[in-house]
Design a protein around this ligand. Structure first.
Ligand SMILES: C[S@@+](CC[C@H](N)C(=O)[O-])C[C@H]1O[C@@H](n2cnc3c(N)ncnc32)[C@H](O)[C@@H]1O
Length: 264
């Protein structure tokens, strides 16, 4: 699979638009300010509800245990955090970090799973510079967020830093379908239908043009695997979901020795 992934930091991209690296975070914040109120509804409509299945599959791969401490990076409205708390039988600690206050507020106000949402610790902050000490979390996850960072590697390095030795990690992101026919249909849907639905249902064509553009610029699964290994994650692997529309990567922070078989 080919991609136009460019590891050079500056200038960078906001969708297909080239922007100075120091300005990208402002573009991203404005984007999520625009979509925050209808974010969950639009996700469900545009993905025909499939994003819930992807999120469930990704959280299952973390093999969470009751009492675990978990970091949800770019957690937004908290879908992944809620699923994780269910897996941990409400006993663990989930910290959600997001740069955008409106996204977190939108999630906190949701009535579905309110009893779980009230257990989430919300922290407003930048994934590239986490405010937690090293080695604090049993597990860390990022869902559909890492592609928005100005320096994606910094976000991964930070997740690696805050994990305990042996800690588990997942990254769920959009990718490209593996079947050429499906890819053509998906391209048509995402570049033509999605922005139109964005305009009609959420009042912004631009916001839903950014989505497919940013997906096309994201590294291929193989490239992302090498990036994660280079950062220090071990036993990195990935699984395409729905013919590769989404891909979940997982790995561990090395603890120096192997405690038996991989849980994955
Ligand atoms: C597409 S949403 C994903 C939300 C949630 N993880 C989900 O799966 O539904 C991406 C989120 O990343 C957040 N984000 C973007 N850049 C960020 C950064 N540098 N640091 C922290 N959060 C960021 C956005 O505010 C947004 O809430």
């Amino acid at each position: 699979m080919t991609s136009s992934f460019d590891p050079s930091p500056s200038p960078t991209h906001f969708g297909f638009r080239k922007v100075p690296a120091e300005e990208k975070v402002r573009w991203v914040r404005n984007h999520f300010d625009t979509v925050a109120r209808k974010y969950d509804l639009m996700n469900t409509l545009l993905s025909f509800g499939i994003h819930y299945l992807w999120k469930r599959a990704a959280v299952n791969l973390l093999r969470l245990q009751p009492g675990d401490s978990l970091l949800d990076v770019c957690g937004g409205t908290g879908d992944l955090s809620v699923l994780a708390l269910k897996r941990m039988k409400r006993t663990g600690k989930v910290v959600l970090v997001d740069i955008n206050r409106k996204m977190m507020e939108s999630g906190r106000r949701k009535s579905t799973h309110a009893h779980l949402r009230e257990k989430i610790f919300y922290v407003q902050g930048d994934a590239e510079c986490l405010s937690f000490g090293s080695g604090r979390f049993d597990a860390a996850m990022v869902g559909f967020g890492i592609r928005n960072l100005t320096h994606m590697e910094e976000g991964f390095k930070e997740m690696h830093r805050v994990l305990k030795p042996g800690g588990r990690f997942i990254c769920l992101e959009f990718s490209s379908p593996t079947s050429p026919l499906f890819r053509r249909l998906y391209d048509f849907y995402s570049f033509h239908i999605m922005p139109l639905l964005g305009l009609l249902l959420a009042g912004s064509r631009q916001a839903y043009t950014y989505l497919p553009e940013s997906i096309r610029l994201f590294p291929s699964p193989g490239e992302l695997t090498r990036l994660l290994e280079g950062i220090g994650f071990r036993q990195v692997n990935y699984r395409p979901l729905t013919n590769g529309i989404a891909v979940v990567h997982w790995g561990f922070k090395n603890d120096g020795y192997q405690k038996g078989p991989s849980p994955f």
